[in-house]
Write a protein that binds this ligand. Structure first.
Ligand SMILES: [Zn+2]
Length: 158
């Protein structure tokens, strides 16, 4: 089912490319790791609930370990019976570092997208998000409404 006027695949793709899953805006990070508290465009608060990013850490860990296991398994199969333990372990450790550290921003926004699909956006979460309104002229679809006017600044914004 579409949410925000876009397909779930598009919401996931936005998340997988470090974009806001709600509006698709990029540039959400300062540096590699620091995700802004809110989206500059739709004003989605990224930490939707306390502990939102525990899922992202878990997903990053699972991806890292599964790919690590794959590298070790494929490396061992391709080089048997003389498995080069030190080079293979070095490759695996290098990959673990790249995957876990380098992949963290991607898993954060991807997890946000998954969280959004599992727990649809509430009206108060992203004041400037596109809203999908039921259409009266088409039995199939919905249309995207213009965003609400920008509310006054909140005291919790930095
Ligand atoms: Zn946004």
């Amino acid at each position: 089912m579409d949410q925000l006027g876009v397909s779930p695949a598009r919401i996931l793709m936005r998340g997988a490319t470090r974009r806001c899953p709600v509006c698709g805006t990029g540039g959400l990070f300062s540096g590699w790791f620091n995700l802004a508290k809110r989206c500059p465009r739709c004003e989605l608060r990224f930490e939707r609930e306390p502990g939102t990013f525990i899922g992202a850490i878990g997903m990053n860990t699972i991806v890292t370990f599964v790919s690590l296991f794959g590298i070790i398994l494929v490396g061992a199969i391709l080089t048997q019976p003389n498995i080069p333990l030190v080079p293979l372990a070095s490759l695996a450790m290098g990959w673990a570092l790249v995957s876990s550290v380098g992949g963290m921003p991607f898993t954060k926004t991807l997890w946000l997208a998954i969280d959004l699909l599992l727990s649809p956006l509430r009206d108060d979460e992203a004041p400037r998000a596109p809203r999908v309104l039921p259409r009266t002229d088409s039995p199939r679809g919905a249309k995207v409404a213009a965003p609400k006017p920008k509310p006054p600044p909140r005291p919790d914004l930095n």
